[in-house]
Design a protein around this ligand. Structure first.
Ligand SMILES: CC(C)(COP(=O)(O)OP(=O)(O)OC[C@H]1O[C@@H](n2cnc3c(N)ncnc32)[C@H](O)[C@@H]1OP(=O)(O)O)[C@@H](O)C(=O)NCCC(=O)NCCS
Length: 215
């Protein structure tokens, strides 16, 4: 069994409306095809690494696969990036990520996510963020969860606010060759506790704890 040596393969977060799970090979193919079909309006790049533009749909799909494999291949307890697929009614609709450096000591994680274009604007982004935040606080014992989005990405910022993150300043960065402003958001453990839910189930986490830098 893969999960005997790679316990992340058995990790899942289940809510009444959706499941976040470590992708199977079939999930990865579905995710790659979803990305190839479009993730955002090409005139507004929401990502720091512009992986959604340039190349044919097949090349974008392959880029998704290679990114996922790279995250698996370079995973260490000191620096990891967990990318779960979001599944609604049995269909892969997007990706919900959680990443950290030195999590065992810092207890801070960053979220990142995307949905296929046809799945956006229906509340899925908010629900999947709430699910990954639950994994971070209830499952991993995080103290803080952070997120950031460019000024022209109101949907992502709205999701952060709806899930309870507070504004945490800005960062200026290059988007391509142009300066752009990232709005940072931060959710503390105490902030999350006030909204804590009891209808989210985490599956397969104990076996993964050492991989997250937890003893
Ligand atoms: C960001 C993303 C994951 C959000 O998921 P989603 O399912 O579309 O979001 P939701 O439907 O849960 O909520 C979006 C919120 O943004 C709001 N919103 C969307 N466009 C908006 C706009 N132009 N101005 C103001 N608010 C806007 C919606 O009204 C909604 O808030 P409400 O429920 O209070 O009305 C998704 O849109 C996406 O994948 N975008 C492309 C990739 C991306 O930007 N990823 C994040 C990188 S930081």
């Amino acid at each position: 069994m893969l999960s005997q040596y790679w316990p992340l393969a058995g990790l899942a977060v289940r809510t009444p409306q959706l499941e976040l799970r470590f992708p199977t090979e079939a999930d990865l193919v579905a995710l790659a095809e979803l990305a190839a079909g479009g993730v955002h309006d090409p005139v507004r790049m929401p990502f720091l690494t512009p992986w959604t533009v340039g190349g044919t749909p097949a090349e974008i799909a392959r880029r998704v696969l290679q990114y996922q494999w790279r995250c698996w291949g370079t995973w260490t307890p000191e620096a990891w990036a967990l990318n779960l697929v979001t599944v609604v009614d049995g269909v892969v609709v997007g990706s919900q990520g959680l990443s950290a450096r030195d999590f065992g000591a810092l207890r801070e994680v960053e979220t990142g996510s995307w949905l296929g274009l046809s799945h956006q604007g229906r509340g899925v982004g908010t629900r999947m963020r709430a699910a990954i935040v639950h994994l971070a606080f209830a499952g991993l014992g995080a103290e803080y969860v952070t997120s950031s989005a460019f000024t022209d990405n109101p949907a992502s910022q709205s999701v952060s606010r709806k899930v309870g993150y507070a504004e945490d300043g800005i960062a200026r960065t290059l988007r391509g060759s142009e300066p752009a402003v990232l709005h940072r958001y931060r959710l503390s453990r105490s902030g999350w506790e006030t909204e804590r839910r009891d209808d989210i189930e985490i599956v397969g986490l104990p076996e993964c704890r050492p991989l997250f830098g937890l003893t």
